[in-house]
Design a protein around this ligand. Structure first.
Ligand SMILES: Nc1ncnc2c1ncn2[C@@H]1O[C@H](COP(=O)(O)OP(=O)(O)OP(=O)(O)O)[C@@H](O)[C@H]1O
Ligand SMILES: [Mg+2]
Length: 416
């Protein structure tokens, strides 16, 4: 595999070979050209563990994309949730990539950090502003439409991106502004698709009737459609599937599960082979077993293996890398033990050992791991779910409980 240093070295070598016969400017251009060509084709780690890059680095999800596209075509809003790090955000980014040259304008906002409806509005205004910068005529129109709200732009020191804040304070003004921003999008020629990530955060806002306010603003829209996504199953179910709440039966559901085994195997094989690394399908199956096919942990393990540039990946090599990952995380895992009660820790270990536990309140399970009264197991399990250490996988035919972090699960299995 090429490293950038190697490429730079090659560029300098060519520089010296040519130096006798060409002008300095010509040689400089040759070098820049060679450097850019080589870095473009240099093998970057194809197993992404952050952000979305392009379809080449994205595995499958064809069925989900088909459903999302169909919902968009039929002008339906979609909601989907899944356990953490399974690939919700990446799926939306992939969808936006595929829609890039199409009819829709796509707006993405992550509201995880927002604490109020006012901050939600700022976030929405920011996302619109970033999607339609003032250099575009629509951006100019947007700026004009919010001028009365005295937008203030500042630079976010963390992201280096401009950030907008609107001057709104009264509750009625807040409600009106949500509708105003959405009406602006509705009045544009192109239909708009808005994806709101970590949507369950709206339940944390102190303002009253947030769901009703949003639903009232969203309902009349004909050309603006939404994808709501979130990682807290309990809260998302609360918002969308409780008959007494405003968003009930307003959206189509999409279930996001693990990537199919064969598809993931092919994807991993393709990327290792492209880099000249030998790996068998059987060894990839081992990787997928270790990570329980959970997207983030699979990507992470493959990323770590790839970054060591092996010529051949064997089962032993996979275990060696896994062991290194677990050793690096060990300090954090011991911290968990210090922060949990002894029953929480005991139950976590029991769930890790079982991998998938369909009946954590059964006599058999409780007796096997000496967990005490079923009522305290129930309470303890709920607290582990709230802490996002355990996940209740209830969307399969047979529901079960599992440790969310697959590396923590493997560490607990091997250490205790
Ligand atoms: N289909 C895919 N192919 C390859 N990599 C993927 C795929 N989906 C997700 N990933 C990678 O897996 C990781 C987790 O994905 P992502 O952040 O989208 O999950 P998430 O469900 O939104 O997580 P969270 O619940 O923390 O918001 C990312 O590094 C992403 O690049
Ligand atoms: Mg996400």
């Amino acid at each position: 595999m090429f490293s950038r240093f190697f490429i730079l070295g090659a560029a300098f070598l060519i520089f010296f070979l040519f130096v006798s016969r060409h002008s300095v400017t010509q040689i400089a251009y040759y070098n820049i050209f060679i450097y850019f060509c080589a870095t473009k084709f240099a093998t970057m780690n194809p197993f992404l563990i952050k952000h979305y890059k392009s379809p080449f680095y994205f595995c499958n999800r064809e069925d989900e994309i088909e459903i999302l596209m169909r919902n968009i075509e039929n002008q339906s809003n979609t909601v989907f949730f899944s356990q953490r790090r399974i690939g919700k955000t990446a799926l939306v980014k992939h969808l936006f990539y595929l829609l890039k040259s199409g009819d829709h304008s796509c707006i993405y906002l992550d509201i995880y950090a927002t604490q109020s409806l006012k901050e939600f509005i700022d976030q929405l205004a920011n996302s619109i502003y970033r999607t339609f910068p003032v250099e575009m005529s629509i951006g100019k129109r947007f700026w004009e439409s919010i001028k009365l709200l005295r937008p203030v732009l500042s630079m976010n020191p963390m992201t280096g991106l401009p950030e907008m804040s609107l001057d709104i304070s009264k509750p009625t003004q807040v409600e009106r502004t949500v509708a105003q921003l959405l009406r602006f999008l509705e009045s544009q020629k192109k239909p708009v698709l808005i994806a709101i990530d970590e949507f369950q955060q709206i339940l944390e806002y102190p303002e009253k009737n947030v769901e009703a306010v949003l639903r009232t603003a969203i309902q009349p829209l004909q050309h603006v459609h939404f994808i709501f996504l979130g990682s807290n199953q309990k809260l998302m179910t609360h918002i969308f599937h409780d008959a007494k709440r405003p968003f009930y039966a307003e959206t189509k559901n999409l279930v996001l599960q693990r990537i199919e085994k064969d598809k993931y195997n092919d994807f991993i094989l393709k990327h290792f082979h492209k880099a000249g690394t030998k790996i068998s399908k059987k060894t990839i199956d081992l990787i997928l077993d270790i990570t329980d096919r959970h997207t983030y942990y699979t990507q992470f393990l493959c990323h770590e293996i790839f970054s060591r540039s092996p010529k051949r990946v064997t089962a032993d090599y996979v275990y060696k890398v896994l062991y290194q990952i677990l050793s690096e995380n060990e300090g954090v895992y011991y911290q968990y033990r210090n922060l949990l009660t002894s029953l929480q820790w005991k139950l976590l270990k029991a769930l890790a050992k079982e991998e998938k536990t369909p009946k954590p309140f059964s006599q058999k399970f409780i007796k096997k791991y000496d967990l005490g009264a079923p009522t305290s197991v129930k309470r303890t399990l709920e607290s582990l779910i709230d802490k996002e250490l355990v996940y209740h996988q209830s969307m399969y035919e047979h529901s079960y409980f599992e440790v969310q972090d697959k590396f923590l699960m493997r560490w607990l299995q091997y250490k205790f």
